[in-house]
Design a protein around this ligand. Structure first.
Ligand code: TXA
Ligand code: MG
Length: 349
């Protein structure tokens, strides 16, 4: 998986340096138009972008990430209207979702056209369209002037980068230009919604929630993710990405039961605990990472991947991490956590 050699000198820009802002955008846009790769921040996670109309450029993305070529990419636009030139039929549901939630952390699947690289869609007859709300992403896409195919900017299998330092860790030497823009606002990838069927289907939960989508379109309720209706008790045969190196134990229960469980657990210096503040204050562990206040689950969503990344860097071998209720953003949080989990600890009350 790590076999791709880091072979280029990446140009790295800090987008918060206003004196270099125009130069950074110009350099990134030029790189993309010339068939190169650009790392850029979005409100969800960092992306690794290439001109979606240039097949050899898009192929470089798969190479840089070590990504299986049967996994299609999301195409990013500065505004939704820009997509019509490149895609096929756009259903009313897709238009409605775009109207209500774009720019923002949602992706719609529509019919594909012929203008995009076939590698983007991995042989499917549909294509994923997203319009990020992050100002840096918007300005970069506008300057590029072409549709930009971009997966998350991590080596395949690793948690998506939500901070510039983690995008650099994976992509320095693999992308032509790296735009550093600070921490991503949401911290989990966009909600992916299939809009090609009569009732729309959620393929991946994210910050735009089932509850919100249901208010404006007809949702196929069976697509509301498994995690929302039923928490799997064993990780089973899941496709594993978002996985830190450590063995991950997902802990579910009341504060009291979790505190008791963790106080009885055998910690060594290679253990980390990722919990809400109401728990962290009552336990002794070398590495304690905060999910913030239980009543503000956005904080947990924002920091989960960053904590996983921190643990990888620190050589952590065992992680205890809190579950949360699967309403609203909790659905996306549990979806990602389930994919990283080796063992569940269901403590009840
Ligand atoms: O927030 C995000 O969506 C980030 C930022 C960079 O925009 N991107 C991202 O891309 O998460 P990636 O490649 O890591 O995930 C794209 C997801 C995959 O699960 C892929 O299978 C799905 O979207 N996807 C893409 N095109 C599709 C299609 N035509 N039909 C069904 N699923 C599709
Ligand atoms: Mg990804």
């Amino acid at each position: 998986m790590h076999s791709v050699v880091k072979s280029m000198n990446s140009k790295i820009y800090d987008l918060n340096d206003i004196n270099k802002y125009d130069e950074a955008l110009r350099s990134a846009a030029e790189a993309v138009r010339n068939g190169g790769l650009v790392v850029f921040p979005t409100e969800t996670v960092y992306g690794l972008g290439a001109d979606a109309t240039n097949d050899s450029a898009v192929k470089k993305i798969f190479q840089a990430k070590g990504r299986p070529s049967d996994n299609p990419l999301i195409v990013h636009f500065a505004k939704f209207d820009d997509c019509y030139e490149y895609v096929g039929e756009v259903s009313d549901a897709a238009k409605t979702i775009a109207e209500h939630f774009m720019p923002g952390p949602v992706t719609v699947i529509v019919k594909k056209g012929n203008a995009l690289s076939p590698t983007v869609t991995a042989g499917l007859d549909t294509v994923a369209v997203r319009v990020p709300s992050d100002r840096f992403a918007h300005d970069f896409l506008k300057e590029a002037g072409c549709p930009v195919a971009a997966p998350s900017a991590n080596i395949s299998g690793k948690p998506s980068p939500t901070r510039a330092e983690y995008a650099l860790e994976d992509m320095n030497g693999r992308a032509d230009v790296i735009l550093c823009g600070g921490d991503c606002l949401v911290g989990l990838e966009s909600t992916v919604v299939d809009c090609t069927t009569e009732k729309v289907k959620i393929l991946r939960p994210g910050a735009v929630t089932a509850e919100e989508l249901m208010k404006v379109v007809t949702l196929d309720e069976s697509s509301i993710s498994e995690s929302q209706t039923q928490r799997p008790r064993s990780p089973g045969m899941k496709y594993r990405h978002y996985k830190p190196d450590a063995y991950v134990i997902a802990v579910d229960g009341s504060d009291e039961s979790i505190i008791k469980y963790l106080n009885d657990a055998d910690f060594d210096e290679k253990c980390a605990v990722i919990m809400f503040d109401s728990i962290l204050g009552h336990i002794n562990a070398e590495v304690k990472l905060s999910l913030g206040d239980r009543n503000h689950p956005e904080t947990a969503a924002h920091d989960l991947f960053a904590h996983f990344r921190y643990c990888d860097r620190a050589g952590i071998t065992k992680i205890y991490v809190s579950c949360m209720p699967t309403d609203n953003i909790g659905d996306a949080y549990m979806n990602r956590l389930n994919k990283a989990t080796d063992e569940y600890m269901m403590l009840g009350e």
